[in-house]
Design a protein around this ligand. Structure first.
Ligand code: ADP
Ligand code: MG
Length: 297
């Protein structure tokens, strides 16, 4: 059996409430496994324990009970962090640095120097579609651009696992779509992604599996297909169907003991409608799609 990218066993975390004789239970008895190469989404409302779980996995917060491992190494060991990159929920990056300077800074923190550092910074800027903005100060970046440079920062030392806390929150639909595309790109490169989100539709398309947290308990887990399937129903998509054909389909279904429950014009999503209406005809607004074309060659 392959070693899991993340293994969490019997995890619990209780925080004391300052000046009061009570505690807050953030996580209770959590078990979680993320396989190498998979995109796993930890979903749940605000306060359900997502960030606490991620910080324990990263070794930034000690658990009250239980264990967390990254590629078989206990999260309390500093060495476990060599394999992982992290984009926190509200990262702070100095506003006066340019995108390229910020990545150089983080590269140096990881022990990189000279020509290999310069090459890595260029690669990362290209990957996240910010080559054109490399010499602009972060203070002038949009929220979406900040998330993308933050993602580049998490990738600087070429980790096998990246942990993203609410990567699409506070970003507009176009920015969110770019981050989703980048996550898919990471998966293609064999990088395991563990992300958290309270924005369910945004992660639905990128996650292979999701776990739903409620008050520190994993209440559901599975592949998106499994979780969203309505077990006894099947959707059929027809093009150019006449009313007569639909009547015949309903009759055939009835003959074999099934029932045509409904038929309607297929709906697009509000997100797709928004993206089509706001991005049409302006390729400048698709920085990552350009980056993808060049990086996937
Ligand atoms: N450092 C802390 N001190 C005290 N309580 C905390 C701390 N961090 C988180 N909590 C509490 O733990 C619960 C879970 O928080 P969190 O993990 O941030 O949830 P989420 O990321 O799902 O919004 C919340 O009730 C929160 O107030
Ligand atoms: Mg959080």
């Amino acid at each position: 059996m392959t070693e899991p990218a993340v293994a969490v066993r019997g995890l619990a975390k209780t925080f004391p409430v300052p000046f009061q004789r009570r505690t807050v239970v953030a996580v209770r008895d959590l078990n979680l496994r993320v396989e190498p190469g998979e995109v796993y989404g930890l979903l749940g409302p605000n306060g359900s324990g997502k960030s606490t779980t991620l910080k324990i996995i990263l070794g930034l917060v000690p658990p009250t009970r239980g264990t967390a491992e990254i590629f078989g190494r206990d999260s309390s060991l500093v060495a476990s962090r060599e394999e992982v990159g992290f984009l926190p929920e509200s990262p702070y990056f100095p506003k006066y640095l340019t995108g390229a300077e910020m990545l150089r800074f983080y590269g140096k923190l990881c022990g990189m120097r000279g020509a290999s550092l310069t090459k890595r910074v260029d690669e990362l800027l290209e990957l996240v579609g910010l080559t054109n903005a490399r010499d602009r100060r972060l203070g002038g970046y949009s929220k979406g651009m900040l998330q993308r440079i933050g993602l580049a920062q998490a990738l600087v030392h070429d980790p096998r696992l990246v942990v993203l806390d609410e990567p699409t929150a506070a970003v507009d639909p176009a920015g969110s779509r770019e981050i989703q595309d980048l996550i898919r790109d990471l998966k293609r490169r064999g990088i395991t992604v563990l992300l958290s989100s309270h924005l369910l539709t945004q992660v639905q398309e990128v996650c292979d599996r999701v776990g739903i947290l409620a008050e520190g308990v994993l209440v559901r887990e599975g592949s998106i297909g499994e979780l969203l399937a309505v077990q006894n129903q099947t959707e059929v998509l027809l093009e150019n169907a006449s009313p007569q054909l639909l009547e015949r389909v309903a009759a055939i279904a009835q003959e074999s003991g099934a029932r045509l429950v409904e038929h309607r014009k297929r709906q697009t999503t509000l997100e797709r409608l928004f993206l089509e209406a706001t991005l049409s005809g302006d390729p400048e607004k698709h920085p990552t799609s350009n980056a993808h074309r060049s990086t996937s060659q």
